[in-house]
Design a protein around this ligand. Structure first.
Ligand code: PMP
Length: 430
């Protein structure tokens, strides 16, 4: 065995076993690293801004558990809260005080959420919000935007982002045509196509669902007035506006994207950060809408593990640690990272465009930041793959796809910034 083989021996063995066990060796597609032409990592431990693989190598982490790890990994307050909660048993099958505590914290931060319901994943939250929207309106069609990812719900796996963008899959096999036909896919940031869709289907669209900052084809901030236009158009037609804030909720500030852009959606979906890294999702909104959910109303939705005490404990501790001032510092770190990366690319003569919204950013290997998925998808994926590999060789773990956001955490400090930019200078030159 070469030195490299020895250094990766345990990982290689685990990957081989995983490949005989899970489709593609993974339990979620992007973990297979297929878009970057590298063997997948097996990560065993995380602390602060770092993760360690099965062979003990340390990486400066920008995957951030795909969003939840805003405080960094294994934050002591979150660990303590979860350990404490385990002493009372796990799911007990009835309402637990922790559900109320986390629910009240979320409602206090997001005024559009008057009532909410916890689920076990973001996918379930979106699925339930759409069912509610259809029940409320008595309509069937749903508008989504190309490149938007809202979980692996049949009807929304059309021109979706995340793993589908990574693998250039237009949709998923196994989704009935009749189901896909209930979704209208429009270009993100294109207000006139929204106007046109409502003109063509008056009184037929139940809801528009949108990532208020697109973050699943790389980061694409909303154009000025785009979200405002969605608000006005849906209201005028009697459709609901659903903000999918699974990524942006408690990421762009305590009030999420809706506070940042000053828009009040009818329904909001959440996940990731509100569970502090434990399984979670939530949907909520106006009381008159949410009161239609069972058992208050006729829209059925349930979950054996919904409101799981360990997820609630992790979420409560996470939100408690997220003081508003810390977001200012976080955004500053991300802004310096973005400008440092731009300078490093420029010095190396590389053409990239860096898009950023708060602590979410993407280095697009194309000349300008994209305004929609079609533009994003013209990025040079091979160049990204080479950059990813060079960064990894310098101990920096980026998302293993051009089309996934980098998640900067509050544990990324001066030292981590310097280390990332040193690595990037070398990687852009290579
Ligand atoms: N909505 C958005 C915006 C997401 O980014 C994701 C997952 N990345 C989901 C929904 C689905 O969440 P989950 O993976 O928890 O089902």
């Amino acid at each position: 065995m070469s030195a490299v083989d020895v250094a990766r021996a345990r990982t290689a063995g685990l990957v081989e076993r995983a490949e005989r066990l899970f489709p593609g060796g993974v339990n979620s597609p992007v973990r297979a690293f297929r878009a970057v032409g590298r063997p997948p990592l097996v990560l065993e431990r995380g602390e602060g801004a770092y993760v360690w693989d099965a062979d003990g190598h340390r990486y400066l982490d920008y995957i951030g558990a795909w969003g939840p790890a805003i405080l960094g990994h294994a934050h002591p307050a979150v660990v303590a809260a979860v350990v404490w909660a385990t002493r009372n048993g796990f799911a007990l099958g009835a309402t637990n005080p922790l559900e109320i505590e986390l629910g009240e914290a979320i409602r206090a931060a997001l005024p559009s959420i008057e009532r909410l319901r916890f689920t076990s994943s973001g996918t379930e939250a979106v699925m339930s919000a759409l069912r509610l929207a259809r029940a409320v309106t008595g309509r069937t069609l749903v508008v989504k935007f190309a490149g938007g990812y809202h979980g692996h719900i049949d009807g929304l796996l059309v021109e979706a982002g995340s793993g589908l963008a990574t693998q250039a899959i237009p949709g998923s096999a196994g989704v009935p045509d009749a189901t896909a036909a209930q979704t209208l896919v429009l270009p993100y940031n294109d207000a006139s196509s929204v106007t046109l869709a409502f003109a063509q289907h008056p009184g037929q669209i139940a809801a528009v669902i949108v990532e208020p900052v697109a973050a699943n084809v790389g980061v694409i901030p909303p154009a000025p007035d785009f979200l405002e236009h969605l608000r006005e158009t849906t209201r005028a037609d009697g459709a609901l506006l659903i903000f999918d804030e699974v990524i942006t909720g408690f990421r762009l500030g305590p009030g999420g994207a809706q506070a940042r852009f000053g828009i009040r959606p009818d329904l909001t979906t959440l996940g990731k950060i509100i569970g502090g890294g434990m399984p979670i999702g939530a949907y909520g909104g106006r009381t008159d809408l949410m009161e239609l959910v069972a058992p208050a109303g006729p829209v059925y939705q349930a979950g054996t593990l919904s409101g799981h005490p360990l997820s609630m404990a992790a979420g409560i501790a996470t939100l408690a640690a997220l003081e508003p001032a810390r977001y200012i510092a976080l955004d500053e770190v991300a802004a310096r990272l973005a400008s440092g990366l731009a300078a490093a690319a420029n010095d190396a003569g590389r053409t990239v465009a860096i898009a950023r919204a708060g602590s979410l950013l993407t280095v697009f290997f194309r000349p300008t930041a994209p305004s929609d998925a079609a533009e994003a998808l013209t990025s040079d994926r091979e160049a990204y793959a080479r950059f990813f590999g060079a960064m990894l060789d310098h101990g920096v773990l980026l998302p293993p796809s051009q089309f996934e956001a980098w998640f900067v955490s509050m544990a990324h400090a001066e030292h981590e910034l310097d280390a990332t930019l040193d690595a990037a200078r070398a990687a852009f030159r290579a």
